[in-house]
Design a protein around this ligand. Structure first.
Ligand SMILES: NC(=O)C1=CN([C@@H]2O[C@H](COP(=O)(O)OP(=O)(O)OC[C@H]3O[C@@H](n4cnc5c(N)ncnc54)[C@H](OP(=O)(O)O)[C@@H]3O)[C@@H](O)[C@H]2O)[C@H](O)CC1
Ligand SMILES: [K+]
Length: 513
């Protein structure tokens, strides 16, 4: 699913209005009707108090128009206008008049002296600010927002939680509505998926307000949301006459005393996603462990017992996953530096390999084009430096990806894969996956996919999705706390199978049955 920017949404509005020869408040009416239908379907006329807090722009206009539909259907409403500016939008005013025609006068709030009482069993509709927010709200508006947050009532936000910037960092996090549900028009906003802003959104859904399909289809976006439909297009079916050589050879380089388990996880994950052959290159101490734990793989060893001191081998793998549990001893740093100067194979670079590179940025010039880097937040910071907010982080990673011609996997609740100017936001995964070895498994998954012939970008996007899905399937059986990295590996098969599951259809009973 494409994630359109606010600029693109405003443009889509203009094009739709022109093409369909409609006036702009018809779009607002569509938005309000969609909101109403969503609420009505769930509430079925229940006499719960609904407080609608509306700003003076089009987000507020949506709220005022929604209030009219709720009123017409007998809902118990109270309408407030958070009067933060004199510049009321045209469509807000049209809808305010329509409401007044029904003898409803909203409560105009100009300060926080007049905060209304809200019960925890009431519902709040949040239409104070939408995507037009362009500066931090005034102190009194922030106090209103805090009052709503403190009420414990269910908060339904229109388009975006009020106070949250859709495309830049929010300076004052106290001025943001904590939404239980966001109904977002036409596209979810990028802010919903980033660690600092995503926490304000419990759930979201997109409402289609029929913006020009032609424009939406043709328009390229900077970000895409990756779900099942997107990865199904990437899936490469197996051929009947294939043999193990068809699906490539993954080499996993890593391990040190006490960290051979990490290599076990990576190597096994590479096998489990279908790499034809997997070889691990580890210090001698890993030999028996790997041969015992994973009879399906081959093992090469360094001359040293506890750390890697040379990374030389004769085989020619299709891809190398490197860094897992490797440590950063002097000898390993020297070996890794030498390896980079002669290596021509595609790389998936993780953990200590990233840390070594962070300490010697010149090494970045030596990584092959289209290598995949898989840093967690701390590793990323060592690599690109500190950032002010999540949006600056994304901008910095894009620049980094372009400069070093690599793909960066920014690990997090919504892992984002960046290649040049474009970002792919993953939708699978859960907090149970914040556990030891989860990243080692991801490195194995991406390496194993790359070995089979997926392009580096597709291996990264698909790998991140499968890894998260395996976690979602596993957590159903283990719960968040008990999920461990091995559970992810065990569920990679189920994660593939899930791609082809047909969603269950609701059973519709006929009258004569
Ligand atoms: N295609 C769609 O998705 C449609 C969306 N709709 C809804 O429209 C809003 C966006 O509406 P807009 O009027 O552009 O913006 P807002 O309602 O978010 O804000 C109104 C104005 O408030 C001013 N502003 C911004 N920040 C502040 C602040 N901190 N304090 C005070 N005032 C502020 C700003 O105007 P200025 O000229 O003063 O800068 C805003 O313009 C979208 O979210 C949807 O809900 C349409 O209804 C249908 C199509
Ligand atoms: K809002």
């Amino acid at each position: 699913m494409k994630l359109y920017s606010t600029k693109q949404i405003y443009k889509a509005d203009q094009i739709s209005i022109k093409k369909e020869e409609i006036v702009s408040n018809e779009l607002m009416e569509r938005a309000a009707l969609q909101l109403f239908n969503w609420i009505h379907l769930r509430m079925q006329g229940a006499p719960v108090k609904i407080h609608l807090f509306c700003g003076i722009g089009n987000n507020g206009g949506d709220g005022i128009a929604l209030a009219r539909h709720l009123l017409d259907h007998g809902y118990n409403i109270a309408v407030y206008v958070v009067n933060y500016s004199e510049k009321r939008s045209k469509d807000f005013l049209i809808n305010l008049d329509r409401l007044k025609d029904r003898k409803v006068w909203p409560n105009f709030m100009d300060s926080d002296d007049e905060l209304p009482e809200i019960n925890k069993d009431d519902i709040i509709v949040d239409g104070i600010f939408g995507i037009g927010l362009n500066r931090t709200p005034d102190t009194w508006v922030t106090k209103v927002i805090q009052h709503l947050n403190a009420s414990q009532a269910f908060i339904l936000s229109i388009d975006i939680p009020s106070g949250l910037f859709a495309e830049r960092g929010t300076e004052d996090l106290n001025s943001v509505i904590r939404s239980n549900f966001v109904l977002s028009f036409q596209t979810p906003k990028l802010a919903f998926f980033l660690p600092e802003s995503g926490r304000f959104i419990e759930q979201w859904e997109v409402l289609d307000i029929g913006l020009d399909p032609d424009y939406l289809m043709k328009t390229e976006t900077d970000y895409e949301l990756i779900g099942k439909n997107e990865v199904l297009m990437l899936y490469r079916p197996r051929e009947k006459y294939a043999h193990k050589g068809t699906y490539g050879h993954s080499l996993i380089i890593g391990g040190s005393y006490g960290k051979i388990g990490a290599v076990c996880l990576t190597a096994k994950a590479a096998l489990k996603v279908g790499s034809g052959l997997v070889t691990a290159f580890v210090p001698k101490i890993g030999y028996t462990i790997l041969q015992t734990a994973l009879p399906e793989i081959m093992v090469l060893t360094d001359s040293e017992n506890e750390v890697l001191t040379s990374m030389q081998f004769e085989l020619v793998p299709n891809v190398i996953g490197i860094g897992i549990g490797m440590g950063t001893s002097e000898k390993t740093i020297t070996a890794f530096t030498k390896f980079l100067s002669s290596n021509k194979q595609p790389l998936v670079i993780d953990a200590d390999a990233l840390n070594i590179i962070s300490n010697n940025k010149g090494l970045l010039e030596q990584i092959p084009e289209e290598s995949i880097l898989t840093p967690h937040p701390k590793e990323l910071e060592r690599l690109i430096g500190k950032w002010e907010d999540d949006f600056e982080k994304l901008a910095k990673v894009k620049k980094f990806s372009k400069k070093y011609k690599c793909i960066v996997v920014i690990k997090g609740a919504h892992t984002i894969v960046i290649k040049n100017e474009k970002g792919y936001v993953n939708t699978t995964g859960n907090p149970g996956m914040a556990t030891a070895g989860s990243g080692d498994v991801l490195t194995g998954v991406i390496t194993g996919l790359k070995a089979q012939g997926y392009t580096p970008l597709h291996a990264a996007i698909f790998g991140v999705y499968l890894h998260g899905k395996a976690g979602d399937i596993a957590v159903e059986k283990t719960g968040f706390q008990s999920l461990i990295a091995s559970d992810l590996i065990e569920n990679l098969g189920a994660s593939f199978l899930d791609l082809f599951k047909i969603p269950e259809q609701p059973i519709v009973k006929q009258d004569n049955q």
